[in-house]
Design a protein around this ligand. Sequence first.
Ligand code: CUA
Length: 189
Amino acid sequence: MSTPEKQPDVGSVIARIERKWALLMSAIVLVLVAIVVFTGLHQAMMPPSRVETVQPETLNRSGEFIESNLGSVSEPDGSVTVRIVAQQYSFTPQCILVPANVPVTFRATSADAIHGMLITGTNINSMIEPGYVSTFHTTFKQPAEHLMPCHEFCGTGHQGMWAHVKVIDKQAFDELERRSGGRRLNCAR
Ligand code: CUA
């Protein structure tokens, strides 16, 4: 005959289990905070500074965002700048052309309501507000086509507001630019 095992005290069992769960929860919270810090600092997924202002009423008459200046252009330092205007319910240009493996700066503003712009497969995701210039930088690793939908509800035509981003070889881009006679590039048909 064996003696019955001593039953552990129920209170201490519960305390042990609760401690385990508390440790697990703390670990999950720490991992989430670490992810936020890592993506914020390392991948530069920070809200674009909206400190640059622009007159939305006169976008099409003067300044950086006149129609002939919209699209892609090479800068003297070898990077490419893309200027975009969002309006109900389209982007100008509708098809954005950029080279692969070249630093690209997007400068976008709105002519009317608050719009959004995200480029699928990248970390570009920003609001575009009238009166402000949204600026963000990226480098596309390889030729590809990306969709660029408006992701802020901007009116009845919102769901139909989107553009394309076409990434092509740098040589092809340079060749198109040579033949463009100084005009800004895009791939709108
Ligand atoms: Cu523009 Cu939604």
